[in-house]
Design a binder for this molecule. Sequence first.
Ligand SMILES: Nc1ncnc2c1ncn2[C@@H]1O[C@H](COP(=O)(O)OP(=O)(O)OP(=O)(O)O)[C@@H](O)[C@H]1O
Ligand SMILES: [Mg+2]
Length: 238
Amino acid sequence: LVVARLQNSQKEVLRSEKLASIGQLAAGTAHEIRNPLMSIKLLVQAALRDEGDDPLSRDDLTLIEREISRVEATVRNLLEFAKPQALNRKHFHVRELLDYCLSLVAGRAAIQGIPIRYDYSHEDVMAEGDFDQLHQVILNLLLNALDAMTNEGEILIRINVLSDQGEFLELSVDDMGVGIQGEKLGDMFEPFMSTKESGTGLGLSISKRIIEDHGGKMFAYNKSKGCTVGFRLPLHSI
Ligand SMILES: Nc1ncnc2c1ncn2[C@@H]1O[C@H](COP(=O)(O)OP(=O)(O)OP(=O)(O)O)[C@@H](O)[C@H]1O
Ligand SMILES: [Mg+2]
């Protein structure tokens, strides 16, 4: 009887934790969607009051488009967060995954003038996992690193293969950016934790979920300049 009661109260705790995180999620989404909607509304209202032939300037339209894209990104990330895709596991070369991610951020890195170096010492490593979902994780790490680098420096992607009760792949992204603000270090993987004007704050929480679905773990720490964010995951499914 005592065991049953304990189990019940444990279930209660889990349930209330779940409800609390749903509430947090709802509040976060409402906020993320409301701000851009408010900007759009103000611009359209001003245009409606304008009696001229061309009430919306190109600048206004550009602003409206940007705000709509923001709402769209929030909704897209939220859907992904709420309804995770099942893993579609395949064998692939880690090198192929990295090259793909690098080709996606190359343009942005070039505009910022930030070289991305990459340690090729494990270029032949094969891994097993969901290529599409893992590429999202690496992409988010690289974009976060680029966002953090307002001045010069470089980004370094490090790959290691560790043997410790099975083989693990450790991939980390080092940047020379602003670093993670002390009080945020514990919260950065929480949904909607963002310090960016236009960030949804879902990137790392989705990444964490993807890595955990693969049986892995994410990590983050500050360095003397910038920070390191990465993950460790079993090379083969268990
Ligand atoms: N490399 C980094 N350097 C400094 N801070 C970082 C870094 N990576 C993440 N952070 C901090 O963690 C927060 C959460 O990151 P996350 O990727 O989840 O969301 P985001 O980047 O703000 O939004 P989105 O991913 O939707 O663009 C960031 O807003 C930032 O404050
Ligand atoms: Mg991000």
